[in-house]
Ligand binder design. Structure first.
Ligand code: FES
Length: 171
């Protein structure tokens, strides 16, 4: 870094340490254009990396594992049928749906609009909220009609032999 010619020389010129540290004190805070550009580029890069990391973390569904809990036997819910249960606590109503393709899905029964209980509508393969006519898809819980904008929290299922277990919640 070069000292600006307009800056007055250090009063310590000639001091013993000046030979080891020849930077003029008044010029010490001056930064070259190159240094400033380097600093701004690195700072922008760090901010972009932090923003990308936060975006990835925010987009990823949040999985919460709870202890496994048996819901029912596979044969107890016919295709197109449903069954109510509570998970992970007795305060959390959920609904298990047997889809027409034979797949099982389970969701929180609490509507993401204003928390009414959704019910299964096999004729339209949907979960319906009677409060404001909201509806959700049974394959992934996304809202398909009415005021809800957020998907239903999904209960992770695991088949163990002939039994279905709830093993976690995906928010
Ligand atoms: S509470 Fe479900 S649609 Fe309003």
């Amino acid at each position: 870094m070069k000292a600006d010619a307009s800056v007055s020389p250090s009063p310590c010129r000639g001091c013993p340490w000046h030979e080891d540290f020849p930077v003029e004190w008044e010029a010490d805070h001056y930064v070259t254009r190159r240094e400033l550009a380097k600093f701004l580029t690195q700072g922008s890069g760090l901010l972009a990396a932090a923003g990308a990391a936060l975006a990835v973390m925010g987009a990823r569904p949040e999985h919460t594992a709870y202890s496994a809990q048996r819901i029912c036997g596979v044969g107890e819910v016919p295709a197109g049928g449903s069954r109510l249960f509570r998970y992970p606590t007795e305060e959390d109503p959920c609904i298990l749906v047997s889809r027409p393709d034979g797949e099982f899905r389970a969701y929180s029964q609490v509507c993401t609009h204003l928390a009414c209980a959704v019910v299964h509508r096999p004729q339209s393969d949907s979960l319906f909220c009677p409060c404001h006519h909201g509806s959700f898809a049974t394959n992934d819980g996304r809202p398909t009609g009415g005021p809800p904008t957020r998907r239903l929290p999904q209960i992770r299922l695991e088949r163990r032999g002939e039994d279905l277990y709830a093993v976690g919640v995906e928010i």
